[in-house]
Design a protein around this ligand. Structure first.
Ligand code: ATP
Length: 207
């Protein structure tokens, strides 16, 4: 399984190129930080990698990638469901029996430092706990590709630090992880780095 971009470039109609000539090969077991100035096209590149939109030039090859998971900067959960429920559900959906699903979910919550809030309803979680739960839930779904957009953007420093610890734990053999971020600590938590500023188009042409 891998994901490969070949001479990838993108611009919106009538706008300058965001980036051009991006060649990258992404592998499971790695966590890629995607950085670049505001407006450089990080979120756009995530959508292209997901296959939600088509690049202006070049191509993306998705070899053996099943479903794509997303974690956004604002955590979205089911208010009255517990943290454990949030992680157990994708495991049940993947066909595990309830006992095994709950055991695995408990293990995953532990990996993301959420054991103490396993029985707590989503609406009672702190912002950092809720965001770590989104990462835990996403990993439980075993996506081939997991896209994470600005996971610490809404968080204060100590809370962001714990989320960054969770980012470190995202590396698994089953998943390619890409994290768009402005946060240098998030970047340091990743195993690899794609800096969009390196692929900026210099000409600024719109035609
Ligand atoms: N559908 C669209 N049509 C036209 N322009 C768009 C569209 N979507 C995004 N843009 C523009 O493309 C540029 C890149 O946006 P994008 O959100 O990918 O950047 P980003 O690097 O993720 O920014 P930030 O770090 O601020 O979140 C921005 O100037 C944005 O206004």
């Amino acid at each position: 399984m891998h994901l490969e971009t070949d001479d990838l470039g993108h611009r919106f109609p009538g706008r300058p190129w965001l980036f051009r000539h991006l060649d990258a090969r992404l592998e499971p077991g790695r966590v890629y930080a995607l950085t670049g100035p505001s407006g450089s096209g990080k979120s756009t590149l995530l959508s292209l990698l997901a296959g939600w939109s088509e690049p202006t030039e070049g191509s993306i090859r998705r070899a053996g990638i099943g479903h794509v998971g997303w974690v956004f900067q604002n955590p979205h959960g089911t208010p009255r469901r517990t943290a454990l429920d949030h992680v157990t559900l994708p495991l049940l959906a993947s066909g595990l029996d309830p006992r095994t699903a709950e055991r695995e979910a408990t293990e995953i919550l532990g990996r993301f430092a959420l054991s103490s809030v396993a029985a707590q309803e989503f609406r009672r979680l702190s912002g950092g706990e809720a965001q770590r739960l989104m990462l835990a839930r996403a990993i439980a779904g075993r996506p081939g590709l997991l896209l994470v957009d600005e996971p610490t953007a809404q968080l204060d420093l100590p809370t962001a630090r714990r989320v960054n610890d969770a980012i470190r734990r995202l590396a698994t053999d089953a998943t390619i992880v890409v994290v768009a971020t402005h946060d240098e600590h998030t970047r340091d938590a990743c195993t690899d780095h794609i800096d969009l500023a390196r692929f900026e188009a210099r000409d600024g042409a719109t035609t």
